[in-house]
Design a protein around this ligand. Structure first.
Ligand code: RUB
Length: 313
């Protein structure tokens, strides 16, 4: 697909969800590299850098996006010519897409171990990693039931109930504000993540933090399903994850808003759940307590403090 088209689809949320965004972005980089009409290495590299910057700027919160784009762009280090560059980007991009798909499968298998026969699970938004755990438990023959939230303002809950219904899983569809009313019927909350910080805080769809707090108060365990490429290395240095504020028209009809000059509509797309409200983060390499997030960043992703020092030398 064309680069600008993919960027626009990510921006408008036609392509959405942290994993899908990452895979689409690296596929767009690969196609862009393949289609660049130049034999000049410098202009090829410049155009690839511009493409990477364009994609990364589409949505600010999902760390999967810069992590994936950087992983693929790193393959250009030291390349000698355009053809070598195209081949390197293709290999890195295909390998990222494959490993991202595998990660979702492994997360499903690992996450399903934490789901028991008869469990009632609550999920929020539409996360393929969280759904992978739920669908795997169901495939394993566990009799589960799900509560799925609506997810205002973009209603991603509709995608979730479609998937659950297709799998034949008994599902309750509730408005976001009904979570407290049902939390005592729920055995386990499972959500996805757009980003995980070094101290184990989870950035996910707006409303997740409220649900986590509710679950914590009700002593209901909270699991977060996230691929390791959603961990944010730069948070080691205190960098904060930007929370995307989307158009207010998603929340309130502009015609109504125009008649309410004293009302400011706010539309943050994500919020931050402190690690202390999260029991386990299920990654493709195992389920970890949030306090171990730094070890994923350092030992698995290879970003220790020293790596950042090197970058500043
Ligand atoms: C999607 C969202 C999802 C995470 C994880 O937000 O918050 O929970 O991205 O999804 P949006 P996945 O709809 O605004 O992109 O597990 O599919 O990567």
């Amino acid at each position: 697909m064309l680069l600008n088209e993919t960027a626009e689809q990510i921006r408008s949320m036609e392509i959405r969800g942290a994993g899908r965004i990452a895979r689409s972005a690296v596929a767009a980089l690969r196609d862009h590299a393949a289609g660049l009409d130049t034999s000049d290495t410098a202009s090829f590299l410049r155009s690839m850098k511009e493409a990477a910057d364009l994609l990364v700027a589409t949505r600010p919160t999902a760390v999967s996006l810069p992590n994936a784009v950087q992983a693929v762009m790193r393959s250009l280090e030291g390349v000698k010519g355009v053809e070598e560059g195209r081949a390197a980007i293709k290999a890195a991009s295909d390998s990222f897409i494959l490993s991202s798909r595998h990660a979702v499968e492994w997360i499903g298998e690992i996450g399903a171990r934490h789901i028991s026969d008869g469990d009632v699970i609550l999920t929020h938004c539409n996360s393929e990693a969280a759904l992978s755990c739920i669908l795997t438990a169901h495939r394993e023959g566990k009799a589960i039931e799900v509560f799925a939230t609506e997810v205002r303002p973009r209603n991603q809950g509709l995608l979730t109930i479609q998937a659950l219904n297709d799998a034949g899983i008994p599902t309750n569809f509730i408005v976001d504000s009904a979570v407290r009313s049902y939390i005592n019927d729920v055995d386990l909350v499972i959500t996805g993540a757009d980003a995980i910080t070094v101290n184990g805080a989870v950035v996910n769809k707006i409303g997740t933090a409220q649900i986590a707090l509710t679950a914590h108060e009700a002593r209901t365990p909270m699991l977060v399903a996230a691929e390791t490429y959603k961990f944010a290395p730069r948070t080691i240095l205190g960098e904060r994850i930007a929370i995307e504020e989307r158009e207010t028209a998603e929340v309130l009809d502009p015609a109504i808003a125009a008649g309410l000059p004293h009302v400011r509509v706010r539309n943050p797309a994500f919020d931050v759940t402190p690690g202390r409200y999260v029991d386990l983060i299920v990654t493709e390499i195992g389920a970890i307590p949030p306090a171990m997030a730094y070890m994923i960043i350092r030992d698995h992703l290879g970003w220790g403090i020293g790596e950042f020092h090197k970058a500043f030398e």
